[in-house]
Design a binder for this molecule. Structure first.
Ligand code: ADP
Ligand code: ZN
Length: 230
C-alpha cells in the first residue's frame, strides 16, 4: 500500500505489453518500470522456464521448443499466461514481457483483458539491430541462484564466471548459443513482428524505443513515455 502511494501508479499508463527481439533488454527495462510504477511484471520466458523445471510431461515439451529457439505453441502459452494473469491483482497494473508473441496470442489476450474490463494502455517496443543482439545474447551469463545478469565483455563480474552478488558459478542459458539465437531472431521476425502490425492496424498506442542506447537512457525514455500517455 505504502509503495503504491509513493510510486503513484495512477499517473502512468497501467497495462503495457513490452515487445522487442531477444537481447533488446526487455527484462532489464521491465525491472526498472516495475520499480518505478509498481505494476505486476509477468515474463512469459520466466514463467515457462519455471514450468519446465518440474520434469513433467508439459515441462519436457516446453524444453524441446525453448532449447531449439522455437516458439512454444499458442494453445500452451495462452493457457499458461491466462492463468498467470487471472491470478494477479491487475488493478495495480500489468507489464507483460514476452507475451503476446504471435497474432493469435494477441487476440486471446485482448479477449481476456476485455472480459476483465482492463484494456491495454500501450505497446512498448524496444528495437535493436541484429548484430548487436547476437553479441549481447551470446555473451550473456546469469546467476542460477540470485538471477543477476552479466555479459562477458560489457558487464563482466569481478571474477570470471563467478557471481559478484552471491559467489555462485555463472551459467549460460541453453538457448543463448549463436545458432539458437539466430533461430529466435527468425521467430521474432516471422511470428512476432506481425503483432506490431496487428496493434498498429487497431490504432493502439505504440511507443518505440532504441534498444541500442545505454540502458539508463532507454529506462528514462520508457518511464517518460508511460507517464506522458496517462
Ligand atoms: P528472449 O525474449 O530473449 O528470446 P524469453 O525468455 O522471453 O527470451 O523466451 C525464451 C523462450 O521461451 C522463447 O525462445 C520461446 O521458446 C519461449 N517463449 C517465451 N514467451 C513465449 C510466447 N509468448 N510464445 C511462445 N513461446 C514463448
Ligand atoms: Zn548470484
Amino acid at each position: 500500500m505504502m509503495k503504491s502511494a509513493i510510486h503513484n501508479p495512477q499517473s502512468a499508463i497501467k497495462r503495457v505489453v513490452l515487445m522487442g527481439p531477444p537481447g533488446a533488454g526487455k527484462g532489464t527495462q521491465a525491472k526498472r518500470l516495475v520499480e518505478k510504477f509498481g505494476m505486476i511484471h509477468l515474463s512469459s520466458g520466466d514463467i515457462l522456464r519455471a514450468e519446465r523445471t518440474g520434469g513433467s510431461e508439459l515441462g519436457e515439451k516446453l524444453k524441446k521448443y525453448m532449447d531449439a529457439g522455437e516458439l512454444v505453441p499458442d494453445e500452451i502459452v495462452v493457457d499458461i499466461m491466462a492463468g498467470a494473469i487471472a491470478k494477479q491483482d491487475t488493478e495495480k497494473g500489468l507489464l507483460l514481457d514476452g507475451f503476446p508473441r504471435t497474432v493469435a496470442q494477441a487476440r486471446a489476450l485482448d479477449e481476456q483483458l476485455e472480459k476483465m474490463g482492463l484494456p491495454l494502455g500501450a505497446v512498448l517496443i524496444i528495437a535493436a539491430d541484429e548484430s548487436l543482439l547476437v553479441d549481447r545474447i551470446t555473451g550473456r551469463r546469469s546467476c542460477p541462484k540470485c538471477g543477476a545478469v552479466y555479459h562477458v565483455k560489457n558487464i563482466p563480474p569481478a571474477k570470471e564466471g563467478v557471481c559478484d552478488a552471491c559467489g555462485s558459478e555463472l551459467a549460460q542459458r541453453a538457448d543463448d548459443t549463436e545458432e539458437v539465437v539466430r533461430q529466435r531472431l527468425d521467430a521474432y521476425r516471422k511470428q512476432t513482428e506481425p503483432v506490431i502490425d496487428y496493434y498498429t492496424a487497431d490504432g493502439r498506442k505504440i511507443i518505440t524505443l532504441d534498444g541500442g542506447s545505454p540502458l539508463e537512457e532507454v529506462a528514462q525514455q520508457a518511464a517518460e513515455a508511460l507517464r506522458a500517455g496517462s
